[in-house]
Design a protein around this ligand. Structure first.
Ligand SMILES: Nc1ncnc2c1ncn2[C@@H]1O[C@H](COP(=O)(O)OP(=O)(O)OP(=O)(O)O)[C@@H](O)[C@H]1O
Ligand SMILES: [Mg+2]
Length: 345
């Protein structure tokens, strides 16, 4: 396999590459959903209460970077409630009739999941407000002067929205959700547990210290953990080893160009670009995205949150800046890259 294939393997936001076994690894029950303890505890209570009252669960907005388990938790919620689960994403809802089409076929208390909810079109968002609040749809029949709006009831349901961009969700939409949990990056211990669970499902043995070493290099993200685990299984298999050991993990991560704190090549390139091209920053997100040849969405949703979490990057009102730690991590010296006055202002 070539290097460029590897870099796609660790990207958490690329969902469909080599993910054919993902459904197998996706937890179905709350007890198999590891980590995110606070979110889980609260949500379990709300589920329990809604079940006791025989009412739909309050609408939920799940916020967090890609691959942390938003879709998975939505699915589990429907499962735990014992209700139907309907899935769509905001970009798939082109016209109000697309939304009306789904809402008119749901059953009582269905969990209706809208991914990337920050991308809803205004007309659809308007329609959704009424559906969320009054369980009704505004529908226009007839044309021209004869046109009139009728209200069609929909069964009480639960909307679960997911977004990687909390700041882009309009405040009227946001205010209609009853519970807005934020997903955190997973701890090493949680990720090691997830890796061991996945290894069992994939029927490959892994040493505890190997699982922990791997956990430290998967950007706090279960999707990355599962993906890197599969590659380690490949490395082990090709070397005719029946177990993933710490040695295999060490050599494997090197081949994938993932460093000891879990940064991949692109992460390092982002930091390096800020230092060498922009004197350490501040640099605007758009300029930075262009300089590394990535889209601004990928930069903001995927790369930046983890770099910030690692304390290597800061978002400031004037733009992105690297921290002292970034210089140390890349083994670069400040004085070699001082900003030339006027050049990037
Ligand atoms: N808490 C968890 N425990 C075990 N496995 C998990 C957990 N969270 C996520 N996973 C695994 O990671 C994969 C990615 O999770 P999921 O698709 O739910 O992420 P997401 O937050 O919806 O990402 P995106 O923003 O890209 O849609 C799942 O298929 C599942 O196998
Ligand atoms: Mg998802």
């Amino acid at each position: 396999m070539e290097d460029k294939d590897f870099s796609a393997i660790v990207r958490a936001d690329l969902k469909n590459m080599g993910d054919e076994q993902d459904n197998k690894l996706r937890p179905q029950l709350m007890q198999d959903f590891l980590g995110q303890e606070t979110v889980k505890k609260n949500l379990s209570t709300f589920i329990e209460a809604a079940k006791m009252r025989q009412e739909p669960l309050d609408h939920l907005l799940l916020i967090g970077p890609p691959g942390l388990g938003k879709t998975t938790l939505a699915q589990i919620t429907a499962h735990e409630l014992g209700v139907d689960f309907k899935v769509t994403s905001a970009p798939a809802l082109d016209k109000p009739k697309d939304l009306a089409g789904i809402l008119s076929t749901i059953t009582e208390r269905t969990v209706f999941f809208i991914d990337e909810i920050h991308r809803l079109k205004p007309a659809i968002e308007e329609m959704l407000y009424i559906a969320m609040e009054d369980y009704e749809l505004d529908w226009i029949i007839g044309q021209g002067a004869a046109a009139r709006t009728v209200r069609i009831p929909v069964p009480p349901f639960t909307l679960i929205g997911a977004t990687t961009k909390a700041g882009s969700v309009s405040s009227p939409l946001r205010s209609r959700f009853g519970f807005i949990p934020r997903f955190e990056f997973y701890t090493f211990e949680e990720l090691a547990k997830i890796i061991r669970r996945s290894a069992k499902i994939l029927e490959v043995e892994i040493d505890d210290d190997a699982a922990l070493a791997l956990a430290q290099c998967c950007r706090g993200t279960p999707r990355v953990a599962n993906r890197v685990l599969r590659r380690m299984r490949d490395f082990a298999q090709v070397e005719k080893k029946n177990k993933i050991t710490k040695e295999i993990v060490k050599a494997g991560l090197e081949r994938l160009e993932i460093d000891e704190i879990g940064l991949e090549k692109y992460d390092r390139e982002i930091l390096r670009s800020i230092i060498t091209n922009f004197g350490g920053g501040p640099v605007g997100a758009e300029t930075l995205a262009i300089s590394i040849g990535e889209s601004i969405d990928t930069l903001e949703d995927y790369y930046e949150p983890y770099l910030i979490q690692c304390g290597l990057l800061q978002r400031t009102p004037r733009g992105r800046m690297v921290t002292e730690k970034a210089y140390e991590h890349l083994n670069l010296k400040h004085e070699d890259f001082t900003k030339q006055p006027g050049l990037f202002e």
